[in-house]
Design a protein. Sequence first.
Length: 338
Amino acid sequence: MMNMVNQRNRHARRSIVLSLVLVAGLLAACGTDTGNVQSAKQEAAVPSNSTKVVKNAAERVNIYPLTIKDELGHELKIPSKPTKIFAPIMEDSLVTLGIKPTMQWSNGVNPQVYLQDQLGSVPQISFAGGLPSFEAVLDSQPELIILHNSYASESGAYEKYAKIAPTYVFKSATTDLNSSLRALGKLLDESDKAEQAIKSYADKAANARTKLEGKIKGKKAAIIRFNAKGMFFMNSNYFSGYVLKHDLDFEQSDLVKDGALEVSLEILPELDADYIFLINDGNQGDRYFNELRESEVWKNVPAVKNGHVFETSNDYWLSGGFIAHGKVIDDVVRFLQP
């Protein structure tokens, strides 16, 4: 009898143990499932890169119609993103933003040669006789006209052009490229590309200053431009003159700084530049260029005697835009650090 009781007790204890094991297993399984659900929720809360891209693209705001005032106070309304743009002298900045103009500036003989790998197929419009006529601009049917300085307004051309398409006028787009490229980026809804270009150029200039620090610090530079009218100094307000002074930190020759514009053989002994850069504008200044080089006075200028005179490209050294200015920087590095 006692054996039968003991046997029943052993069976009962075994059943209890099995039940406890089964319950523990079920609890563990539930815990694992809960963890997986929480993990799945966490993963779902963090979108993939592709999701981010789609979301950002969807959130991009259409800025048009855009009502804005230009630098002279004219108000214009741009109904939609323009695709046909006429911006003479500002082709460099348009290309920087990945945009081709509907026409490109020409001096009557050549366009801006350094841009022709990008603009070779774009029709040219001559500025040899001044600003093009109303009819010449109308032929290209621009959706936006951008004028690089205030002359168009002062000459009365603005009123005519504004009848063709919304017309934006800069006071002087080549004086402060950062500002003018940002304004252009805003007009064309390409502000991100404008900021990227500004940073890229600033980095390029900084790298050049570092490379040439020992040859630039405390040194003075002068640029002499030759054309059909004579020889002229280029100051630091625009084009390559701006690059040398403001971007590369050359000091300006006292002769130029004090306001000298026209160059004559008589004032050459006063030229205190450590480096001189010569620009023959479209070979129109050949006569004066040769006259200068053959002059005994010229041969005795310190920079000439030291071999610090460099003949440059008349093209991008006389142009405004980050592409042109970047090429000027490349030239200076090549000249001073062969």
